[in-house]
Design a protein around this ligand. Structure first.
Ligand SMILES: *Cc1c(COP(=O)(O)O)cnc(C)c1O
Length: 295
């Protein structure tokens, strides 16, 4: 598969003698963007093989995974059910509006019930309610998802460092599994809970050539501050590359900060994975009254 990689050119990189590239997997599909396309790939094949006609999954109200699953389900001829955390708010935000428009049936769960999302008895109750379905966990991470995300990194991606935003860890796990031992994979968590996240990633990969840097989640999941919003907008203006405010914006802010702090040795090269998430900027802009690139 041909996925475009662009080289970033800014004075800081010349000064520090490092090269920075960005792999635009966000461009792989207009609506099943970025890492979510890879995470769904083998799950959709498995659902077909099991002869199931309905996908059921979980997500928050702004979830990239919900949006991607709704569209992918429609494209492949599945019905889809989205179990959404929290109460229904009308009018629907752009993410849920899109999911519904593409045929996803939305159901809402209180935050306390939502926590039961991996509990087998709870899943049995859902089966009694909705009939048989193929279950895709929240965020889309399972073994088949890591098989898909292992295809993000390709043979010509030979940079010394591979950087990736981290939510559940399914994406970085696949990337780690494909990386060579000469490469270091660096994860930028978008959530608190560093310790659990590390354990989760260790459950998907045996390799050791990776680390998480935990200084760039900007206060918590889907939290933003002025510095982040300004950074995303100036990066967009200078590079014409849109970043999202939940994942890739924080990662890129982190990479450039680490470069400033001489984290990467002179002469090294870095590949940042643009995992997508741009659909979320619309809802985020509206909710917070800020301006973000919407492409
Ligand atoms: C979901 C998502 C992630 C996190 O992926 P995980 O596999 O859950 O770690 C990163 N970036 C973007 C843009 C996402 O939508």
């Amino acid at each position: 598969m041909k996925i475009e990689t662009e080289e970033i050119s800014i004075p800081l990189l010349i000064e520090k003698e490092v090269r920075l590239f960005i792999k635009r997997i966000d461009k792989i599909h207009p609506f099943v963007s970025g890492n979510k396309w890879f995470k769904l790939k083998y799950n959709l094949i498995e659902a077909q093989m099991q002869d199931l006609d309905t996908l059921l999954t979980f997500g928050g109200a702004f979830s990239n995974h919900i949006s991607a699953t709704a569209y992918a389900a429609k494209e492949k001829g599945f019905k889809s059910i989205g179990i959404i955390r929290g109460e229904e708010h009308l009018p629907l935000n752009p993410t849920l509006h899109f999911a519904k428009q593409n045929g996803m049936e939305l159901h809402y769960l209180s935050r306390s019930d939502y926590r039961k999302k991996t509990n087998p008895e709870f899943l049995e109750l859902l089966k009694a309610q909705f009939g048989c379905f193929y279950l895709i966990p929240e965020g889309g991470t399972n073994k088949l998802a890591t098989q898909g995300t292992a295809e993000i990194l390709e043979a010509n991606d030979t940079q010394d460092y591979i950087c990736c935003a981290v939510g559940t860890g399914g994406t970085i796990a696949g990337i780690i599994n494909t990386s060579t031992d000469k490469q270091t994979v660096i994860g930028f968590p978008a959530i608190k809970g560093f310790y659990e996240l590390k354990k989760d990633i260790e459950s998907w990969t045996k390799k050791k050539n990776w680390k998480l840097v935990n200084d760039y989640f900007c206060g918590g999941y889907a939290k933003v501050n002025k510095k982040l919003i300004d950074f995303i907008n100036s990066f967009y203006k200078e590079q014409q590359i849109p970043l999202d405010a939940v994942y890739t914006g924080k990662m890129m802010l982190g990479i450039l900060d680490l470069i400033t702090k001489d984290y990467f040795p002179k002469g090294s090269s870095i590949l940042a994975i643009h995992t997508g998430g741009l659909q979320g900027n619309k809802g985020m802009s509206k909710r917070l009254g800020v301006i973000l690139p919407i492409s």
